[in-house]
Structures are given as C-alpha cells and as structure tokens.
Design a protein around this ligand. Structure first.
Ligand SMILES: Nc1ncnc2c1ncn2[C@@H]1O[C@H](COP(=O)(O)OP(=O)(O)OP(=O)(O)O)[C@@H](O)[C@H]1O
Ligand SMILES: [Mg+2]
Length: 231
C-alpha cells in the first residue's frame, strides 16, 4: 500500500532524513520507533507532502506521491493524526466531527460508526472542543481523521502526554479501528500502545532506519532496544 524508497528530506539546508526506506502492506499496522529527534514526524511530513523529500520515491497504491501537494495526497486516501491535536476549540464535539466529513454518503465512517467506536464522544457531543481532557481531544482527533474515510492512517504519537489508563484505552480503540481493515503507520518514541497493535516495526535513529522486524524480533533484541529506544 505504501512503499518508501531511499528518501532524503531537508528543512531548509538541514539534512534530516538520510535514505529512509520502508513499506506497509494493506491491512497491516506498522510502527516507527525512535527517540526524540530521530526523524519520525519528518517521515510523516514527507509522506503527506508537508515537507516533501528532495530525492527518493514514495508510492501509495502504486502511484508516485512524492512532490504532490498535501490536499491531493489526502484525497488519495491518506489520513494524518498530528501529535498536537488540532481540533476546533470553539466548535462542539459533534461539529468538530462533522466538519471533517469527506467521502460519499454510505461511507464506512460516519457519525454513527464514530459514536459506536467512541461512546464517550457521543456523551460529550454538545461540549466545546476546549472543554475536553487530553484523552478526549485525542479521541476527537482520531475521529476527525476517520471521517475522511482514509485507507491509510498515520498516527503521530497517539499516546503522548496521556495517563497510562487512557493510553491503554486508546490502544484498544486503535485495535478496533484496525479490525475494520484500515492500514496503519504509527510512530512513538517508546514502545507504548503500538506494541500490542503492530505487525512489524522499524527503529529510526538520526534520520536512518537501524532495525526492522517483527515486534517479537524487537523484544528479543536487547541491543537495539538499549541503543535506540529507552526500554
Ligand atoms: N521545522 C523544522 N526546522 C528545522 N529542523 C527541524 C524542524 N522540525 C524538526 N527539525 C529537526 O529535525 C530532526 C527530526 O525531527 P522530528 O520532529 O522528525 O523527530 P521525531 O522523531 O518526530 O521526534 P519526537 O519524538 O520528539 O517527536 C530534529 O533534529 C529536529 O530538530
Ligand atoms: Mg515527532
């Protein structure tokens, strides 16, 4: 579904990604792990066109997307959940969800299926965005992205700043979303909620991929975990 080959990405003259290659098959959940500053968010920004790579290739469903504008990449079916939870503070929860709606009538994700997945959002539907807790905001951010009916969803640190119980609940909800057949790429600086969810993982450091394998491979590889992660 997604095939990244040897991308080099810069912010101005700062060279950040040094030949990242990774792939995600349809229906898979893959996590991208690495310490702060490893280049995870930059990899996501490269995929969604916010910081396009200078060289290399990014194919989505066989089509080259590197260099296409962000709105085109989104229209092709890539949804992005940013780490800074961009919800509208002055709209209600229900309005926040509805303004994100894209896709045809009868699409898999609509207000009903979102509320079935996140009953809490239904309870809070008349509340304003700025009245939500961090965990509720994160649910709303995921809900908004789902409303665009993406085929691939990129989640940037979905558990960041949330209490352990809230992280656990978010992990379970992402598991439910995965069951619908959506493909996922999740990044985290530590092995957190993505561990139970992911089929495979990549470990990044200083803009390069240092390890790839199954979660089980990573569990067994203490050297990689010690060197590039904090577990
Ligand atoms: N807008 C920017 N301009 C210049 N350099 C940037 C910019 N954003 C990030 N960087 C640099 O790029 C490198 C990779 O950052 P990136 O945000 O991709 O890391 P990350 O793996 O997502 O880290 P974190 O876990 O902290 O979110 C870092 O050295 C960072 O300082
Ligand atoms: Mg980041």
């Amino acid at each position: 579904m997604l095939e990244i080959k040897d991308i080099h990405t810069y912010y101005g003259t700062s060279h950040i990604l040094f030949g990242i290659s990774l792939n995600v098959e349809k229906g898979e959940a893959v996590c991208l792990l690495g310490r702060n500053g490893a280049g995870k968010t930059t990899t996501f920004r490269s995929i969604i066109g916010l910081t396009p790579p200078k060289t290399g290739s990014i194919k989505f469903q066989g089509q080259e997307i590197a260099g296409k504008p962000p709105y085109r990449i989104a229209q092709l079916g890539i949804g992005f959940v940013p780490d800074d939870r961009r919800i509208f503070p002055d709209l209600t929860v229900r309005q926040n969800i509805l303004v994100a709606r894209r896709g045809k009538e009868g699409s898999a994700w609509n207000l009903d299926s979102i509320y079935a997945l996140f009953p809490k959002l239904k309870q809070l539907e008349a509340h304003m965005g700025n009245q939500l807790s961090g965990g509720e905001q994160q649910m709303l951010t995921v809900a908004r992205t789902l409303m665009t009916n993406p085929q691939l969803i990129l989640l940037d640190e979905p558990g960041e700043g949330l209490a352990p119980l809230v992280v656990k609940a978010m992990g379970e909800q992402l598991g439910e979303i995965k069951k619908t057949g959506i493909t996922m790429l999740i990044c985290e600086h530590n092995v957190g909620l993505s561990m139970a969810l992911s089929d495979r993982c990549y470990v990044m450091d200083k803009g390069t991929i240092r390890f790839q394998g199954t979660i089980e491979d990573l569990r067994k590889n203490e050297e990689i975990r010690k060197k590039y992660l904090m577990v």
